[in-house]
Design a protein. Sequence first.
Length: 146
Amino acid sequence: MARLPLQTNARAGTIALVNGYRTASGLELGRLLRSRPVAKILLPDAYIDHISESSDSFTREESQRTVSVALRILWGRQYAGDAVDQRDRFVDGFYGYVMDNPDAFGGNAVIYWRAVADTPEFQPEWIDAQETYFMTEITLEGQAAT
């Protein structure tokens, strides 16, 4: 039995944040997936690419866990005007939404916006396709003590 299901909460919390922001802003965003798209990409797709974690143990009963969630959004096939405008609106608004919801990873965790980076020519290696996409990766970080 997990003391604190931080990774489970982080994945679910990230999905809830994106869904909440999408609803609140009325912003157009296609699929939102808990993991990478398996067979094909539909634009714009948003998905959790990976989760990583580090921890510092203080005693057998106490530790500090830090979990990072990489949220990727594929905007289009080109790094073009419409795609970058949509990306900028999403990133600017989503930043504020994350900061206004610091408990999205659970009551015992605090969430932070860690980083954002674009990849204008992203090619997913797990799908047998030759397409490249304009992708933004947002890294959210949550910390919790046990």
